[in-house]
Ligand binder design. Structure first.
Ligand SMILES: *Cc1c(COP(=O)(O)O)cnc(C)c1O
Length: 432
């Protein structure tokens, strides 16, 4: 029997996060104050974030210690498995070796608790009592709901209206973990009321929900805001994924040639690839690194690299990133977690510096790939992760056509057990 499962011990959970800011050959342009257009100060950020996380956002150190209390909670589901997809390889008749890191084993079913737990911990330390956030398909809201419950914080979630109706089970999950959930746009905020007065049928967007969560934060005492992707500290928290992969690939006795991840705001991709990019930047390795996004929200492949707001109302600092414009409202595709107008500044910078490539895939193609994966490997991928699956299959087919082996590693960022309605729509031929 061939080994397909590369298992680590609890003591192998990384003890430090990796900060790519320490290694970029060119420094990342700083976030700017939306009013003055000057670099934001610590003081500016304290209105919505606790000081310890702002310090981490700006931290220049290469390695940041993971608090013991955070590692203890990680141990509920980490280290996550790394598997070789031998049945998929056989079905594709490819000489490529396909490996995947499976982040869907977390209680919320995705990589997002990796940062939710860290953020809840630092907020608790800083005296925060209540966290406000937004969520698209509900993966982030449910991850933060769980993390808040574990650290005794209140959690309020502004959930994009289309997803609130398309994905009722994640709303139930958030309720189970004790959070309050609003369908955004709401009438609870001035910005939400403004949007609804103009368009009562507005389906909502992540940008609008972020604006509402920030407005909620500044109007409630002891409340801070929490973001599930995009920011430097969020991408850094996810680097435990790539660090575990390095140990597991060593157990497998192979080194990846190609690294692949889907991108919404960029965090699961960053988590897998940043620890590898450290060695690419140092000139020791020449990995090909591919970010995969939906053609309907093509931030990296069609957006502009410029300063833009993270939200629709223009309340956040301006971030230097690939963006489709902060007022872009993407079509209601099923991979709700990839419907964000911008891209993490660190991922954008890596693209600008030529460290990574980007490709875009249409919805029908990613479901076709996801079904093939489910029928060979068993796991039903989250529609977001299915983008990485589709690009992986294309790489494996290219290897077959060239008749050359290549080792592919992708991040299976979550499972699709709460997204089966979108599989149903695909199988019934209803997807556009
Ligand atoms: C949220 C989500 C994504 C997209 O977010 P990133 O910050 O780009 O990782 C991808 N996969 C899954 C399963 C998600 O829940």
């Amino acid at each position: 029997m061939s080994t397909t499962h590369f298992t680590l011990k609890q003591s192998d959970i990384p003890t430090q996060w990796y900060n790519i800011l320490a290694d970029f050959a060119e420094p990342l342009p700083p976030p700017l104050h939306p009013g003055t257009k000057q670099p934001v100060t610590l003081q500016d950020m304290l209105a919505i974030f606790p000081e310890n996380l702002v310090m981490q956002e700006m931290c220049p150190d290469r390695w940041v210690e993971i608090p013991a209390a955070v590692r203890d909670i990680y141990a509920l589901w980490r280290p996550t498995p790394l598997l070789r997809a031998v049945r998929l390889e056989q079905a594709l008749q490819t000489p490529a070796h396909i490996y995947y890191k499976y982040e869907g084993v977390s209680p919320a079913g995705s990589h997002k608790p990796n940062t939710a737990v860290a953020q809840a911990y630092y907020n608790k330390q800083a005296g925060t009592q209540r966290l406000a956030t937004e969520t698209g398909a509900g993966q982030w809201g449910s991850s933060l709901a769980l993390a808040c419950k574990l650290f005794g914080l209140e959690c309020v979630v502004y959930m994009v209206k289309v997803s609130y109706h398309q994905k009722p089970y994640r709303k139930m999950l958030m309720h189970t973990w004790g959070a309050t959930v609003h369908s955004s746009p709401t009438r609870h905020t001035e910005f939400g009321r403004k949007i609804l007065d103009k368009d009562p049928e507005c389906p909502g967007s992540l940008g609008i929900a972020i604006s509402e969560a920030i407005e909620d934060t500044v109007h409630h005492p002891h409340t801070k805001y929490s973001l599930g992707s995009v920011l430097n500290h969020v991408c850094m928290h996810q680097t435990i994924v790539g660090q575990e992969c390095m140990k597991q690939m060593e157990l497998a006795g192979e080194e990846p040639d190609v690294l692949i991840g889907c991108v919404g705001g960029g965090s699961n991709f960053a988590g897998l690839v940043f620890p590898y990019l450290q060695h690419k930047i140092a000139g020791k390795k020449s990995y090909r690194v591919i970010a995969v996004e939906p053609t309907s929200c093509p931030t990296l492949t069609k957006g502009d690299l410029k300063y833009d707001f993270g939200d629709t109302a223009g309340m956040t600092p301006l971030l230097m990133m690939y963006t489709l414009g902060h007022d872009f409202i993407p079509p209601s595709i099923h991979a709700g977690g990839l419907r964000y107008h911008g891209m993490a500044p660190t991922v954008s910078h890596a693209k600008k510096l030529g460290l990574i490539d980007a490709v875009a895939y249409p919805q029908t193609k990613i479901f076709e790939a996801a079904v093939q994966f489910a029928q060979t490997e068993g796991i039903v991928p989250a529609p977001e992760s299915a983008h990485a699956v589709a690009a992986t299959i294309d790489e494996a087919v290219a290897a077959r056509e060239e008749g050359k082996k290549r080792v592919i590693l992708f991040n299976l960022s979550g499972n699709g057990m709460l997204d089966l309605a979108s599989y149903d729509a695909y199988l019934a031929g209803h997807l556009k």
